[in-house]
Design a protein around this ligand. Sequence first.
Ligand code: ZN
Ligand code: ZN
Length: 175
Amino acid sequence: MTQLGHLGQRCRPRPETRALRRARQYRSVGVTLDFECRGAIMERKACCHCGSLRVTVTGEPTAVNVCHCQACQRRTGAIMHSGVYFKKSQVRMEGPEKIYTRTAQEGRKMNFHFCPNCGSSVYWNADIRPDEYGIAVGAFADPNFPPPAFSVWEESRHAWTHLPDGIQHFRQGRI
Ligand SMILES: [Zn+2]
Ligand SMILES: [Zn+2]
């Protein structure tokens, strides 16, 4: 499994998938195939600070963003939140969780799922994106995670922060 280390830190060993089993069988006869990166089953794992609330995602995300709103600043304790969105069918969760619901603009609800042991907020679902889960990019602890494409609520952005070239900027939420 060491050749898969570039996919980022794992929260715990994962079960062998059919594609991984095929890759192992090919390797056993001297053929090396990287099914995870070239196929459609790229898998990534996120978890809370203590490791008990875990999320596994397969495939590629629909969006990656950063948010500078003050609710995200207080929720995360960080000056900026980064989130990634996946279709619900691409996401699997395990471990205990509690939910904190906050009302956002125009009465829309956002449900933040957090670990009752360590308090990390790992993922959320929101009325505004009913078919997707959002997952905290930091919970993947993977420095090679895809960068954000857009940045929202910049009206409360900390002035010293710098974002990648080409990113879309929004003073408030994305229209
Ligand atoms: Zn935890
Ligand atoms: Zn926010």
